[in-house]
Design a protein around this ligand. Structure first.
Ligand code: 13P
Ligand code: SF4
Length: 392
């Protein structure tokens, strides 16, 4: 699952795999050499501090190439649990991802390992739970992330739902605030959303369920259950929270996908379930409107596993954050991956730079980068997070 750091030099790697994904970054030989030098310094610091660096697939290529482990959100959680059991020598985790993944890792690790993040990056899904409005075209990712750390709704929408549904159960996505997770019966990710919902409905027949925050992901799970005749999932019991990820909704619309399909008539589709086009793709695929073009709607990790199979296409349009296109190209070098649009970048994931990682690790006092979770909320959230880790 984890991506092996490449043997290739950055100047041989990034111009080949990353240039078209980041029109704002010029991966010149000079920049590549500078980044590679910083990577060397970070690796020395990691050894000195008995630290491991973990990164999400949406992080910048140079972060992915510096990390010890790169994974999807479920993979990061599973890795944290594995470290608890197998690596008593590890004292610190440095996580490059969004803040809400960091909280989850801290809940899993408890006091045994300190968790740091070079950037407490936000996520628009969490903004939609907390009712924080922003416009990614005008507001900076840093400012939105700061607001997500300090602003709290007067009445938390999940608390309100729980109070109104005493026998109800909440299922929250990895990209949710910690209070939502603490109020949840189970946490899920895009990789195990369907399995978690099936498990919860089987164990708690007839109970109302609130699934949050990504509307498209929940709709997709329910639509699939109907199409494939699930005997366990009862969509009428599930209330859908109307939250959306700005990258997958606004930047990856059905229109953008149609344009990419016109440009690459032979390519199959890899689509993340948070996309604005996911349910549309499912319906078009099921009703034969996509012709011989195959559509695989799945989480980031599942996309890699699928593309690696020898019986799948040679060419794919990838409808998710562009960092993952780099990951796919690296992991499956004999196939071709095109971003549905190079505009599909997550400003939050990209706000962690190699320079920031280096400077935060180098500082004598790293306390301001540490993820702290109170024991009270940790205890309340742990059960739901453990359920997520047990259903893979
Ligand atoms: P994954 O669960 O596939 O890692 O996705 C996380 C995410 O942030 C989606 O935008
Ligand atoms: Fe959040 Fe969307 Fe960015 Fe994923 S891509 S971290 S869901 S804003």
């Amino acid at each position: 699952m984890n991506m092996i750091r490449s043997e290739l030099k950055f100047r041989d790697l990034f111009p080949r795999y990353a240039t078209d994904l980041y029109p704002t970054v010029n991966y010149s030989e000079e920049l590549c050499d500078t980044l590679e030098r910083i990577r060397g310094e970070i690796r020395l610091l990691a050894r000195e501090r008995h630290a491991l660096i973990l990164a999400h697939y949406y992080e910048r290529p140079e972060i992915q190439e510096t990390a010890d482990f790169v994974g999807d959100s479920l993979g990061l959680g599973l890795k944290a649990r594995e470290l608890l059991e197998t690596r008593p020598d590890v004292k610190e985790i440095w996580l490059c991802a969004v803040r809400f993944m960091g909280d989850t890792i801290k809940v899993i690790l408890g006091d045994r390992v300190s968790v740091f993040m070079p950037e407490f990056a936000g996520c628009s899904l969490v903004g939609s739970i907390l009712g924080i409005d922003f416009d990614y075209r005008t507001d900076s990712a840093e400012e939105i992330s700061r607001r997500l750390l300090v602003e709290q709704p007067r009445i938390h929408p999940v608390r309100k739902w729980v109070d109104e549904h005493p026998d109800g159960l909440v299922l929250s996505y990895m990209n949710s605030d910690l209070e939502s997770k603490a109020l949840s019966y189970a946490v899920f990710t895009s990789r195990n959303a369907q399995k978690v919902l099936e498990y919860v409905m089987r164990e708690n027949p007839g109970k109302p369920i609130f699934m949050l925050p990504d509307q498209y992901l929940t709709e997709l799970v329910l639509r699939r259950a109907k199409i494939y005749g699930s005997t366990v999932i009862r969509p009428e019991l599930v209330e859908i929270f109307p939250g959306l990820c700005h990258v997958h909704k606004q930047k990856i619309s059905p229109f953008v996908l149609d344009e990419a399909m016109a440009n690459y008539p032979e390519a199959d589709l890899l689509v993340h379930p948070e996309c604005g086009c996911a349910v549309d793709c499912l319906i078009r695929a099921e009703t034969g409107q996509l012709g011989s073009r195959k559509t695989f709607i799945a989480s980031t990790q599942e996309m890699i596993d699928y593309a690696k199979r020898s019986d799948t296409a040679r060419q794919f349009i990838v409808a998710t954050e562009t960092g993952h296109v780099y990951t796919l190209r690296k992991n499956v070098p004999d196939k071709q991956f095109m971003p549905v649009t190079p505009a599909a970048t997550c400003e939050f994931m990209k706000s962690t730079t190699l320079d920031k990682l280096f400077k935060s690790m180098e500082e004598n006092n790293s306390a301001s980068y540490e993820v702290n979770v109170s024991e009270d909320i940790r205890k309340r959230a742990l059960g739901a997070i453990e359920r997520m880790l047990s259903i893979t």
